[in-house]
Ligand binder design. Structure first.
Ligand SMILES: [Zn+2]
Length: 499
């Protein structure tokens, strides 16, 4: 058999947007690639895009790079920047010189005027390619799932693990399913059910209620050979859109009445167990007691839950620093986002002793803290993630300063919210993790993957917008438990067949 190679257009738009800050995330925040460079980036990346590349190559596809943008979570994306990115994607799509499109989207990107940018992009791509070219998407499980996504793309699935250890597999699965579709072996129908609630916590998939819900999903899928995927979406909590909630999407080959029951049943389980999604967190003092324990085998990593950059917070909290300053001799590394403090350190120069305020300028409920420090190092703040989460990817913290405090603490002061979930954020700046009693990370889940074997992970209750509290969400578009009174929801499932 002599068939010409199938061609796949691939790309990525990866951003989780927090609607609270008044500034906008523009192009300077993103790692951006076009055309051939998209393929180069994908080939070395342990991400969903990397998985798309890997599987497409294995199946003998020829790949065409479209657009790739990725940045750590931050404020809503600048409208003009997004318009340019969408136009670039659409230009590639209009060429129609491929058999299918495979994308890595986070699924929780908003702009100043478009709350669901991922759905907007997919609708624009569908317009550009017409009804016959299939689109497959691998989403983060913290996506805000919308009908627009499902009515624009045939294959829409999520990674299944939090922390996200299976992003590569998610990308591979997208290509496998697209390949089945192109070969006529899959006639995709997506069935969506949703409940209006956020998870307050307890959001990892290797224990607790989420583990049980994923086990339930797998066992229900196993009973129906027509079911190809069940994805559970735990919406990013700092979006502002209608119908925010926990979403379940069943992907079946052809219409399947059982898919409706299954989607509604799993969504109903989220609601029934809604009170179980809360974390047991340590107080800051208890966490520092554990850091000070001379018998500990490894440094402890303190997940700064209220100020998690990975949950959309700016990373400018100084509460753990404030408490650690009262414990002289404790060695700890603490990241803080503060562009003005970095500028001051740079101006003073390496080796200078300076007095300055750090943190507390981006989160409205925070206050800056005055410290005295010696400037150890300044840099551009660019490093390569060690992974496994996003290993091999370039990460940009903006101009960065390393400041030594007199009592044994070291501050990693970055101009931008940084991916401190990866040890290279510290090591690349000359801060040894092994030499610390503790390291603060602005992450609650992913750091457990990237710091595995290097630290004992702990989760700490701290103030901030990264962890929901009553009144945390001043948005006007959506209503969801427990932020709003929503009553007992009527759970209905809705199906989307190939357009
Ligand atoms: Zn996520």
């Amino acid at each position: 058999m002599n068939v010409s190679k199938r061609r796949l257009l691939i790309g990525r738009m990866y951003h989780e947007s927090n609607f609270l800050p008044s500034f906008r995330t523009d192009g300077s925040w993103f790692n951006e690639h076009r055309d051939e460079a998209v393929l180069q980036e994908a080939s070395g990346s342990s991400s969903t895009l990397g998985g798309i590349y890997k599987k497409a190559k294995a199946l003998g596809y020829e790949m065409i790079g479209a657009v790739d943008i990725a940045a750590p979570p931050s404020a809503l994306v600048d409208d003009d920047y997004y318009a340019g990115i969408r136009a670039a994607f659409v230009e590639c799509a209009r060429r129609r010189n491929f058999d299918a499109i495979a994308l890595d989207l986070h699924g929780a990107m908003g702009t100043g005027s478009i709350p669901d940018a991922d759905g907007d992009l997919l609708a624009a791509l569908r317009d550009a390619v017409g009804p016959d070219i299939p689109i497959g998407v691998g989403l983060d499980l913290h996506a805000h799932m919308t009908p627009k996504m499902l009515s624009s793309a045939e294959i829409v699935i999520a990674c299944k693990e939090n922390p996200h250890s299976d992003t590569v597999e998610c990308g591979e699965r997208v290509v496998e399913l697209l390949d089945q579709l192109l070969s006529g072996k899959l006639h995709p129908v997506s069935t969506l059910a949703r409940v209006p609630m956020i998870l307050m916590g307890n959001a990892e998939t290797n224990a607790g209620p989420l583990q049980e819900l994923h086990t339930l999903a797998r066992s229900l899928a196993a009973r129906h050979p027509q079911i190809r995927d069940i994805s559970l979406y735990n919406v990013m909590r700092l979006m502002d859109d209608v119908d925010m909630g926990q979403s379940v999407v069943v992907l079946s080959d052809g219409p399947l009445p059982a898919a409706t029951e299954i989607a509604a049943r799993i969504a109903g389980e989220f609601w029934r167990r809604r009170e179980e999604f809360r974390d047991d967190l340590l107080t800051i003092d208890r966490a520092l007691d554990l850091a000070a324990d001379p018998k500990k085998a490894l440094p402890v990593a303190l997940g700064d839950m209220g100020d998690r950059v990975t949950a959309g917070a700016p990373g400018d909290g100084v509460y753990i620093l404030q408490a650690a300053l009262k414990r002289p001799g404790l060695r700890g590394a603490i990241p803080i986002t503060d562009a003005a403090a970095v500028a001051k350190a740079k101006a003073a120069g390496i080796g200078a002793h300076i007095t300055l305020d750090v943190g507390g300028t981006m989160t409205s409920m925070f206050q800056p803290l005055a410290i005295r420090a010696r400037v150890r190092n300044v840099s551009t703040g660019v490093f390569t993630m060690a992974g496994p989460f996003h290993g091999g990817e370039r990460s940009d913290m903006g101009d960065t300063a390393v400041l030594d405090l007199e009592n044994g603490l070291v501050l990693l002061v970055t101009s931008r919210p940084a991916y401190s979930l990866d040890p290279q954020a510290f090591e690349s700046q000359g801060i040894s993790i092994a030499a610390q009693d503790f390291v603060v990370v602005k992450s609650g889940h992913h750091f457990k993957l990237n710091f595995a074997g290097l630290v004992e992970p702990l989760l700490v209750a701290t103030p901030g917008i990264g962890y929901p509290f009553p009144g945390y969400h001043p948005g006007t578009r959506g209503r969801f438990y427990p932020e709003h009174e929503v009553g007992e929801p009527a759970i209905k499932a809705l199906s989307f067949a190939r357009p």
